[in-house]
Ligand binder design. Structure first.
Ligand code: KG4
Ligand code: ZN
Length: 322
């Protein structure tokens, strides 16, 4: 719940991590059902700080896409029903725009133009927000999203879901030079499938005697070494990609947003690399998925374009700001 688009009145996150961890990754049908079960309680909790409850709400924003279609439909239908029954304006917001606006939300004086590196389970995009609502994608991944690569590598190492925090924990204080992984350098693009495959081969090359029945290295130091090497390689590629975009655009302000921006090695590397620029990396609770960032992007969209009509579609592949 935001006041005037920027002050967070409440932010309620219902995590499904425990539900999906049992399965080693997100199960789409379970995710949609869990949305259905928890949505009403989450909305009630978000409204709790408002003295007038729903009467104090002026507008609604909801994620339009991209994402798992079952989850998007549950959210959009709930929001559209609430808007219709209370006569409130509603806007459907791109998930990507939400992540970009988490930086605007995090730093009071942070206004466009800025570059945002959006790094999550579904995105690895460098976006230039020239002015509110006017965005251009400068670079994107050719294959896996970086968060997806963290999750897959963690799985190969026998670490729990979600993989990002697990890899960060295993990598802490470990020399990243023990296992050499290839560094991918692309112009105006990212790629993570090469390093993921290299991890697979590095594990295989240990030989069957050093792997357990799941094919996971038995030796904890090996797991930690590979985790550290992968993390360093991934962070290095992200920072280089962002630096290229800064050079090309002459940007003076950069933000790193999305779930992977919670990574402490990435946060440290970005702060160090872009010392002369204004750098915003939101607090952890605004990096991973949250409703406040969707409300912030929705608030701007409402000012610019007015409300959407009820019955607007969800779009699991939507990747732009429109
Ligand atoms: O933005 P997000 O919460 O959801 C999506 O929109 O995908 O991002 C989730 C991703 C997962 O891939 C997760 O492993 C990764 O963010 N992640 C991290 C860390 N915390 C979450 N990756 C690296 N280091 C972390 N500390
Ligand atoms: Zn996200």
């Amino acid at each position: 719940m935001l006041r005037d688009g920027r002050d967070i009145v409440s932010s309620v996150v219902s995590s499904q991590v425990a539900l999906h961890a049992e399965h080693g990754g997100v199960v789409p049908e379970l995710a949609a059902r869990a949305h259905l079960e928890s949505l009403a309680q989450v909305v009630d909790a978000a409204l709790a700080p408002l003295p007038g409850g729903w009467d104090d709400v002026d507008a609604l924003a909801v994620t339009r896409g991209p994402g798992l279609v079952g989850c998007l439909v549950v959210g959009a239908l709930y929001a559209q029903a609430a808007a219709a029954s209370r006569g409130l304006p509603i806007v459907g917001v791109s998930h990507l725009a939400g992540h970009v606006y988490s930086a605007w939300l995090a730093a009071r004086h942070f206004e466009p133009p800025f570059l945002a590196l959006v790094v999550s389970g579904g995105h690895t995009d460098c976006v230039e927000l020239r002015e509110h609502g006017v965005a251009q994608r400068l670079a994107s991944t050719r294959d896996d999203a970086v968060g997806e690569a963290f999750d897959k590598v963690a799985r190969m190492l026998g670490l729990e879901y979600p993989g990002g925090p697990a890899i960060q924990r295993e990598a802490a204080g470990v020399d990243p030079g023990r296992f050499l992984l290839p560094r991918t350098h692309l112009d105006a693009a990212f790629s993570f499938s090469g390093v993921k495959t290299a991890v697979r081969y590095a594990i295989r090359d240990l030989g069957p005697g050093r792997l357990d029945e799941r094919g996971v290295p038995r030796d904890r130091d090996v797991i930690r070494g590979i985790a550290a090497s992968f993390q360093t390689t991934a962070v290095d590629q992200l920072v280089r990609g962002l630096a290229q975009a800064v050079d090309r655009t002459g940007a003076e302000q950069v933000a790193v947003v999305g779930g992977v921006a919670a990574n402490s090695a990435l946060r440290a590397a970005v702060t160090e690399r872009f010392k002369g620029l204004t750098v915003v990396v939101p607090p952890l609770e605004l990096c991973t998925d949250n409703a406040a960032m969707i409300a912030a992007a929705g608030w701007h969209r409402l000012q610019r374009l007015g409300p959407d009509s009820l019955g607007f579609e969800v779009d699991p592949s939507l990747a732009e700001f429109a």
